[in-house]
Design a protein around this ligand. Structure first.
Ligand code: ZN
Length: 432
């Protein structure tokens, strides 16, 4: 960093130290200390803060010197960040901490560069649409995305709208393939492939939510509308001002009465225009979640825990010795599954085939499988699946535990299509 810049930062630090402290330290001291921090690779903001803490001892006004971090620059495990953003949603939630019920608040913030989910450990008394300055917050990672945390030492202040540049409020034109939980307001045209409504309770108030699936020429995505836009199946709509939430890592389009939703008659999208995205494993690994994709690969491992298992009748968790860790002693319900690893040369994923998919793949009904001894059963599974190439359809999740496909349908891919084609060609030639 040029000496001039360093001096400015040192001046910054000095300017907010009280007069008493100023007597014991001068600008060259601070500059020297900053220099040393930088030599050790400490980011400038953190270095300034550490020096402030050393002299001022308090966190309260430390954050005021920090430069604002844009939401797209947030990374996990940042301490004391300051942001300016608009509150997109904020909702209370009851959780249990060390056996005690506690109310927290969670929601989404956005600025001109993107959006971020946040959790607050106390009521920050802001509303949807407010522009806020949040100082001394910290970040962590949850299911592969960065989260902002508002703790006891975080300051939240409501600002005027012009604290954010105008483009922060302007929807960005995008396609379904481009959707990401970190983007701000969107401008998206898509066809409604499925829609359903249900009653939910939000803050003790009954609300109707319309949810379903949207599609365009790049893929499909789930959506939920918190307002009755009179949407119908196969309508093509343009949503301006909706935003993206992460639902199990998968981008979900969310919009309410603040969004503008119009129906498109001309250039309407047809159902046939919406493809099922075919992806490679490495692409799956690049996204926290993908919705309704198709991927092909070879089963390289049948995992332990495949076969018959018992589930808790109340929570569906797998149980042992009729003991559920949530519900105590229960009468387990018998279930069947196959867990395996699938590889396509560019990456791997793990997936579980439920009873129906397993029966289909093994070509045997559950009753027949039940009569086998464990060895015969595991041989049957291995013979039918190991080394076989399968095509999976489903949603994928990529997080610290690896890549998982929640498979909806599965089928074997005939690896000998080329050989078969040759055979067919020969037969046809023989006929001539
Ligand atoms: Zn249970």
């Amino acid at each position: 960093m040029p000496s001039e810049d360093l001096k400015k930062h040192a001046q910054d630090v000095l300017s907010i130290l009280g007069n008493d402290t100023k007597k014991s330290v001068n600008i060259d001291d601070i500059k020297g200390q900053l220099e040393r921090f930088l030599e050790y690779g400490v980011p400038i903001n953190q270095a300034k803060q550490t020096i402030l803490k050393k002299y001022a001892g308090s966190n309260a006004y430390v954050s005021s010197t920090l430069e604002r971090t844009k939401l797209s620059d947030l990374e996990s495990d940042m301490r004391s960040v300051k942001i300016v953003a608009q509150v997109i949603t904020i909702n209370p939630k009851e959780i249990t901490v060390k056996g005690e019920p506690r109310q927290i608040f969670y929601g989404i913030l956005r600025d001109e560069t993107g959006s971020v989910s946040f959790t607050s450990w106390h009521d920050i008394k802001v509303q949807n649409g407010d522009v806020v300055e949040i100082a001394n917050a910290y970040t962590n990672e949850w299911q592969g995305t960065v989260q902002l945390n508002i703790g006891n030492r975080t300051q939240v202040e409501v600002k005027d709208d012009d604290a954010l540049p105008k483009e922060a409020f302007e929807p960005k034109k995008c396609t379904i393939e481009e959707l990401q939980p970190t983007m701000g307001a969107i401008d998206l045209s898509a066809i409604i492939l499925e829609i359903d409504d249900k009653q939910v309770e939000v803050d003790g108030e009954k609300k109707k939510v319309f949810s379903g699936i949207l599609g365009d020429s790049t893929g499909k995505a789930p959506f939920s509308a918190w307002y009755d836009f009179k949407l119908k199946k196969h309508d093509t709509i343009q949503i301006k001002g909706g935003y993206i939430r992460s639902w199990k890592g998968i981008p979900q389009i969310t919009f309410d009465e603040k969004a503008t939703v119009s129906k498109i008659k001309k250039d309407a999208i047809k159902v046939d225009d919406v493809p099922r995205r075919t992806v490679k494993m490495y692409e799956i690994e690049e996204h926290p979640g993908l919705y309704d994709i198709q991927v092909e690969g070879r089963i390289i491992e049948i995992q332990r825990g495949s076969g018959f298992i018992l589930r808790c009748p109340q929570c569906n968790r797998m149980i042992r010795d009729n003991q559920c860790r949530e519900h105590g002693t229960v009468d387990g319900i018998i279930d069947f599954r196959i867990k395996c690893i699938v590889d396509d040369g560019t990456g791997t994923l793990s997936t579980t085939f439920n009873k129906d998919l397993s029966e289909e793949l093994l070509g045997k009904p559950e009753l027949e499988l039940k009569e086998m001894d464990p060895k015969a059963l595991s041989d049957t599974i291995k013979d039918a699946l190991f080394g076989k190439t399968v095509q999976l359809n489903g949603n994928t999740v990529h997080d610290q535990f690896g890549t998982t496909c929640i498979t909806n349908t599965v089928s074997f891919v005939d690896q000998d299509t080329e050989e078969e084609a040759n055979k067919l060609m020969k037969e046809l030639e023989g006929d001539m």
